[in-house]
Write a protein that binds this ligand. Structure first.
Ligand code: SF4
Length: 69
């Protein structure tokens, strides 16, 4: 059974440093009017963005709604 995942962005933890945009290999993250925008259709679940974000503004979620970590 396949398992799909996505990214949850926590706005009040984000300082818009853009580190996550630079490490995303599939260009699934963009900055729009000062806020992070996530395109789930491009995400390959590399999860580099979660690893690089030192404010813990990004977290992995699955499409069933439960935490995976
Ligand atoms: S790395 Fe974290 S703090 Fe920096 S822009 Fe991305 S989500 Fe925001």
């Amino acid at each position: 059974m396949s398992h799909s995942s996505g990214i949850n962005w926590i706005a009040n933890k984000c300082i818009s440093c853009q580190a996550c945009l630079l490490v995303c290999p599939s260009e699934a993250l963009h900055l729009f009017e000062g806020k992070l925008a996530f395109d789930g259709s491009k995400c390959d679940s590399a999860l580099f963005c979660i690893q690089i974000c030192f404010t813990e503004a990004l977290e992995k979620i699955d499409f069933f709604g439960s935490s995976t970590e």
